[in-house]
Design a protein around this ligand. Sequence first.
Ligand SMILES: Cc1cc2nc3c(=O)[nH]c(=O)nc-3n(C[C@H](O)[C@H](O)[C@H](O)COP(=O)(O)O)c2cc1C
Length: 237
Amino acid sequence: MAEVIGISAGRKNKVTESLVRAILEGSGREYEFVSLSGKLIRPCEACNGCVKNNRCILDDDFQEVMEKCYQAEAIVFGAPNYWDHMNAKGQAFWERVCFSGRHNSLFPLEGKMGVIAAVAGTGNGEPVVDDIETYFEDARMHTVKEISVQGEYACFSCGHGNHCPVGGFVDMFPLGTKIKPEIIPSLTNQYPENPDLPHEERNLIKDARETGKILSKVMDTRKAKLKGFKNKKSTKK
Ligand SMILES: Cc1cc2nc3c(=O)[nH]c(=O)nc-3n(C[C@H](O)[C@H](O)[C@H](O)COP(=O)(O)O)c2cc1C
């Protein structure tokens, strides 16, 4: 049973995954990483099948991921910005978490700690942060920290990106620019379209690891508080 579960709703081996993984590594905790990419996560059908025992009854890959969330003390959730919101895969996941986990005032994720990892081609992860925060709050989780980074538009690898006038690539570089590794955004190569960016703002791996460290500290504080509370209770007897 992992103490921390990290979930990415982005592509396999891309920016959201690298961000979530760096946070998990930085935490120094026992962790498990799960990618929702390639998994079947249907949206909530509002079938009310979860009313009996606060468990979603739709039979797909949601179940195995949810089980890990029930077991973990903390959840690091990362998702990309699609059309100025968290992507549909992430939304589908949280629709089901939050609807199944609220009937009869029972909230199975209540008190768990959460870290938000947002990724956006423009660098504007704010809408994703807002979406995930809303779900964390609804699930009665405690948001420890959020981190937002620039991602890699799919236009960088679609084959038409550098000569397509309607893609994300042309918002960053002049039409026709040759796509070379050094101009592809990643966690360690932020805002390659801005050559004046200082090194510490270019490579955010340290910030991601620091986010993990902060999570770990909050987990320690929580544990110590809980222990003190239990000791107080036992001396009262
Ligand atoms: C369908 C789609 C819609 C997108 N919409 C936005 C958007 O509105 N704003 C933005 O900043 N990036 C947008 N992006 C870019 C993604 O946020 C970016 O590619 C991100 O790196 C994806 O995460 P990943 O690399 O972990 O897969 C969009 C990408 C896709 C595929």
